[in-house]
Design a protein around this ligand. Sequence first.
Ligand code: 3NM
Length: 179
Amino acid sequence: MELIFGGCTVLQYRNKNGSAGEMLRQALALKIMTAVGDVKLIMNDRADLCLAVKFDGVHVGQEDLPPSSVRRIIGPDCWLGYSTHHPQQVSEGDQTSADYLAIGPVFATSNKDKPDPVVGLEGVHRARQLTRKPLVAIGGITRANAASVIEAGADSVAMISDLLRDPRKSAEEFFRILR
Ligand code: 3NM
C-alpha cells in the first residue's frame, strides 16, 4: 500500500521460490489489498497464475514460455511484458506481441540470480533505437541514476532495492525526479 500511496502505478508480483499454491494465495491477497488503488498488477513468469487471479498482465523472461505462447494463453487484452538483455533480444522482442519490453540489467543488481551482463546507459540507448514498444529499464536503478536512464531512452523504470527501505517516501522521490 505504501508504494501505491507513493504513486506507483504498476506493481509486479515476483516470487521465485514459492509453490504455485503459495503464489496464488499471495497474489490474491495482493489483489484484494490493492483494490482501492488505481494500480496495474503484473504476474511474473506465470501466465496461468495471471489468469487465475485476474491480474492485468504477465511478465516473462528469456527462459519462460515465449511471448507467442503466452499470448495464446492470456488472450489479447492482458498486458504482456518481455525481458531482454542485449540488442538481438530487443530486436526479437520487438517482433513479438509483447506490449512492452524490459531492458537490463542497466547497472549491477543484487536482486537477480545469475544476472546477465550489465548493459549500462549505452544498452538502454541502443535498445531505444531497436524498438518503438514501451521500454522499461531495470537493474540497479536508484533515485540517483533514474533520470539518466530516462534520458538514455527508457519510458519507465522498474526497481526493487531502492524502493524497499521507505517505500512511500522513495516512490514519491522517484516521481519528483522523473516528472
Ligand atoms: N530483472 P534492483 S534485474 C528482477 O536484468 C530483475 O532483467 C533484471 O532489482 C533484468 O532494482 C532485476 O534491486 C533486479 O536492482 C532488479
